[in-house]
Design a protein around this ligand. Sequence first.
Ligand SMILES: NC(=O)c1ccc[n+]([C@@H]2O[C@H](COP(=O)([O-])OP(=O)(O)OC[C@H]3O[C@@H](n4cnc5c(N)ncnc54)[C@H](O)[C@@H]3O)[C@@H](O)[C@H]2O)c1
Length: 260
Amino acid sequence: MSFAIDLEGRRALITGAGQGIGRAIALTLAEAGAAVVVNDIVATAADAVVEEVLDAGGKATPLVFDVTDYGSVARAIEEQGGVDVLVNNAGNAGVDGLVTPTNFVDTEPDDWARYFAVNLFGTMHCTRAALPSMIANGWGRIVTLVSDASRNGDAQVAPYAAAKAGAAGFCRSIAREVGRHGITVNCVSLGTIETDALAAARPQTPEGIERSKRLLKAYVVRRWGTPDDVAGIVTYLASPLSSWITGQTYAVNGGFTFSL
Ligand SMILES: NC(=O)c1ccc[n+]([C@@H]2O[C@H](COP(=O)([O-])OP(=O)(O)OC[C@H]3O[C@@H](n4cnc5c(N)ncnc54)[C@H](O)[C@@H]3O)[C@@H](O)[C@H]2O)c1
């Protein structure tokens, strides 16, 4: 048996791959041989990542659509002729960027909608559009990025946590429906991953710095995660090596929480 991850001949769509974790996943999947389809709602961001992949000798094309718009998603994936690997990465607060921590009692239903639109419905839209070609080919991999906030709970991000928990529950159910077609469906649950956007948004006030230090002590490995910490496991779950793993949620969190 070979342990090399070989995705040669596979088309892998990564949503929200114009920056951060999605960008790292696109670069790593391309390094493993996949022809990556780099989605983002921001065309220039998708183009820049495609350039990076091509410069590194990989295969990539941009595919601009809004994951919250099912019509655009379905059209774009159909025009591609389907995909073999789908990574549901677009998330957080969607086009508005990162999650804004707010006590639930200070929010209204309109504030919740954007979290559901991108993290839950975006995942459902892309999965719905990607499944027909996977079923026809008798092979597919779906990996969805969720959050430890959805497994463990986290104050001030309840609508986001609820949307991610919904996405994880959705993926477990889809795993049961499509396993017989050679399609696996898994989630990766993240602790704090130090993306450029997150580092730039971290408050540099004395209280903000103190809060970060306190939070970091809860991470057994004593550092924030990096996008590359995520890209490795996603690439493994996208590969033929993981064909007997489905319906699972893997925590990638430096030991922030443990699960049985
Ligand atoms: N960074 C973390 O600490 C962390 C922790 C837990 C979970 N996550 C999850 O990991 C994933 C990636 O996180 P990140 O920090 O790299 O995100 P990010 O916000 O830095 O990047 C998200 C990308 O998605 C794109 N995007 C947003 N809305 C879109 C839409 N409707 N359609 C298409 N593209 C869209 C954005 O333009 C952006 O390029 C998200 O699902 C996030 O919820 C991140």
